[in-house]
Design a protein around this ligand. Structure first.
Ligand code: ATP
Length: 462
């Protein structure tokens, strides 16, 4: 188990403007969160880093941003209208609903949402006496039933009918937009199999019990890649992708001991293989961060059938025609955010006091540099600091003006935001041998050095 506590992460996220509970002034809404000023920076930096790795650093990947609303038949073809469900049981005492597979897992009984209702009921019945209601503590649940997670809307339905006879769904997973545009991308770009499409898109799930902060939410963003390959040429590419995704997390600063790869025991009927990259989440341990799936030709075959559009691929050199197989990677941006925030979180002792510091890689840090005049009531210091601030802002964008409280307090605040450098303009900046130099304080070492203003932008590059 990680030493970091989830409550500390939630508290830091709120205190320092990373993440707020959704609709908070109305009492909050389960499974919804809003990213604050520093949170949106970290989130965007993670997306940029992911996009760089998946698209810019590759020759064979193309980006996409597909519409949220899709023809409802998409979700019939994908199997979501019939089979996208989680096993639910309701407490007879207080009506609290539990996700049965997760509660069984907590007591060490292997179960997952792919099992049939009958299988889950049997397992649940054998273990009922060990599963109390998380709210009232009673052990009196009704039977297990499959609960469909798709969220319905009345988009385009102008009948005013409230009972949604023809619902249009919010996406249960973002990747479907990639399959719908496979042919478009082949027809309009130099893409040749094997190639990939990458997308970061919104998805919505009526989760039975949203929990563990950003880990399980009802609205999420998924960063997906779908790699289209020739049938049966999956094994080597799958191993390579799995390893590359694991390596990326380490490269971006996650401690290797907090990551592991786990293979699924129970595969959906069309899959050839499935692994999860798991992260050691605070307070509850290892759980799925990213899924890596070998999906065979299921997706393009289904959409060919349901849409009537042939999605097979014609190899331009061999004239072979086939439905490509797909290797998928899919990670929720919220889970990724939570993993990076938790991994960067450190409590240390500094001069007999506790300091909380986010040791994020500078490229991920929400604020690159904070600039302060030593005293905010000395116009000569403030004017010079404004000059330095404006110069650095042009260079780095995410630069913060910070003149609130004494210097020690400012450092503590910036440590908690994860700002790699604090620049202070003091009286030595204004005159003497040290004229036009500033103090630069390093977040990780807490050491201070003097740097000339002329060299500052270069010295702070990351
Ligand atoms: P779980 O078993 O945790 O419900 P899953 O196997 O259903 O997840 P996938 O459908 O494979 O997840 O989704 C791909 C990724 O999307 C997951 O690895 C996770 O990072 C993210 N994800 C899925 N559901 C949620 C959710 N409710 N909240 C936040 N992220 C999610």
């Amino acid at each position: 188990m990680s030493d970091v506590k989830m409550d500390d992460i939630i508290s830091l996220a709120k205190r320092r403007g990373f993440v707020y509970p959704g609709s908070e002034i109305y009492g909050g809404m389960a499974g919804m969160y809003d990213y604050g000023p520093y949170g949106v920076e970290l989130l965007n930096n993670l997306k940029k880093a992911w996009w760089k790795e998946q698209v810019y650093d590759r020759d064979d990947f193309f980006g996409l941003d597909s519409a949220i609303f899709k023809d409802p038949r998409v979700w019939d073809a994908s199997g979501h209208t019939s089979g996208f469900s989680d096993p639910l049981a309701e407490c007879k005492g207080c009506n609290t609903r539990i996700r049965v597979d997760k509660e069984l897992a907590k007591i060490g009984v292997k179960a997952d949402e792919k099992m049939s209702e009958a299988e889950l009921n049997k397992l649940f019945d054998e273990n009922r006496d060990k599963i109390p209601c998380p709210k009232c503590g009673k052990k009196e649940f009704g039977p297990v039933r499959a609960f469909n997670l798709l969220v319905k809307t009345n988009m385009g339905d102008l009948s005013g009918d409230a009972d949604l006879k023809h619902p249009v769904y919010l996406p249960g997973e973002a990747c479907q937009g990639i399959y719908l545009n496979f042919k478009n991308v082949v027809d309009t770009t130099p893409a040749k199999v094997p190639f990939g499409i990458a997308q970061i898109g919104k998805a919505f799930r009526n989760e039975i019990s949203p929990r563990n902060f950003l880990f399980r939410t009802r609205e999420m963003e998924q960063a997906d890649t779908q790699y289209f390959i020739k049938p049966h040429e999956n094994k080597e590419a799958y191993e390579r992708i799995k390893q590359a995704r694991l390596d990326w997390y380490v490269q971006m600063g996650i401690k290797p001991e907090n990551l592991r790869l786990t293979q699924h025991d129970n595969l959906v009927f069309y899959a050839a293989d499935a692994w999860d990259i798991e992260y050691n989440f605070p307070s509850y341990g290892f759980d799925e961060l990213e899924g890596i799936h070998d999906r065979t030709d299921y997706d393009l075959t289904q959409h060919s059938k349901f849409s009537g559009t042939d999605l097979s691929y014609m190899d331009p050199t061999t004239n072979e025609k086939y439905i490509p197989w797909i290797l998928e990677t899919s990670v929720g941006m919220g889970r990724m955010f939570l993993a990076f925030l938790s991994d960067a979180y450190h409590e240390e002792e500094l001069n007999g006091e506790k300091r909380v510091v986010l040791k994020l890689k500078p490229e991920l840090a929400p604020v690159k540099v904070a600039v302060s005049p030593l005293l905010k009531n000395k116009p000569e210091l403030v004017d010079k600091a404004r000059e330095v601030y404006t110069m650095l802002k042009k260079e780095f964008g995410a630069v913060m003006w910070d003149d609130n409280g004494n210097i020690g307090k400012r450092y503590r605040r910036q440590d908690e935001i994860g700002t790699p450098y604090c620049v202070v303009i003091d009286f030595d900046t204004l005159e003497g041998d040290t004229k036009d130099t500033v103090t630069v304080r390093n977040r990780d070492t807490t050491e201070q050095s003097r740097v000339s203003i002329a060299d500052l932008a270069k010295q702070l590059q990351y």
